[in-house]
Design a protein around this ligand. Structure first.
Ligand code: MG
Length: 227
């Protein structure tokens, strides 16, 4: 699961529609060099940018910064006065993200909070309710991140979540044992699978959300909160 997942069609899309600037390219190279190529693809970054331009969120929460690749796609598209609060568990990543975002000239629009998101999220609640939440973090955590989101996202706000196809396992009614899973893919554990099944089911509730999952290389869910 990498940006990383390449194919002639993805390359075609990326070349035509999802041009990366110098900093975005540097972020991707850094992650690839450090074997941490688990960020969104350029075409998903571009989609995030378009969603931000369409929705015009003033306050965005991102759960899972890594080194700020998706953060930068969104930061470039923010409306005037907009701000992104981004949560990153690992200190080294958070530091690197700040460095990249500073170089890109957007650090005045982004606050990176280091540590466990469930610890950091309460610290930003005073700035809510929020207009958009983007979840791209540890998979077992998705339901609890959605719980938080449901308490702090405004009505009409946008929920976006990455990896909701869960490496080709989310659609299966039973999770195959690790040895029967595709060896070329990340092994999916039961707690991740259960969490993603619950998350997708909840986001599909038409009484609460207007939503869809876009079949990107690992699934990108987009939902508008109805109530
Ligand atoms: Mg991801």
């Amino acid at each position: 699961m990498t940006h990383g997942t390449t194919s002639p069609t993805l390359d075609y899309i990326r070349k035509l529609y999802a041009h990366e600037d110098e900093i975005l390219r540097a972020q991707r190279s850094y992650l690839e060099a450090n074997n941490r190529a688990i960020q969104v693809g350029a075409e998903e970054g571009k989609l995030l940018s378009l969603l931000v331009q369409l929705h015009q969120p003033k306050r965005i929460v991102e759960i899972g910064t890594l080194v700020g690749y998706s953060t930068l796609w969104m930061a470039h598209a923010l409306p005037k006065g907009g701000h992104i609060y981004s949560m990153e568990k690992e200190g080294q990543n958070a530091e690197k993200a700040r460095e990249f975002l500073h170089k890109a000239g957007v650090l005045d629009r982004v606050t990176i909070l280091e540590g466990d998101a469930m610890h950091s999220l309460p610290m930003i609640e005073e700035y809510g309710p929020f207009d958009m939440v983007f979840i791209d973090a540890d998979k077992p955590g998705y339901p609890k991140y959605l719980n938080w989101t449901e308490s702090h996202l405004r009505k009409g706000g946008l929920v976006v979540a990455d990896n909701t196809l869960l490496f080709g396992m989310a659609h299966l009614d039973e999770l195959p044992p690790a040895e029967a899973q595709n060896p070329d893919q990340h092994t999916v554990r039961k707690n991740s699978w259960e969490a993603m099944r619950e998350f997708n089911q909840r986001l599909a509730d038409a009484a609460r959300y207007d939503s869809v999952m876009i079949a990107t290389h690992d699934g990108l869910s987009v939902a508008i909160r109805k109530e």
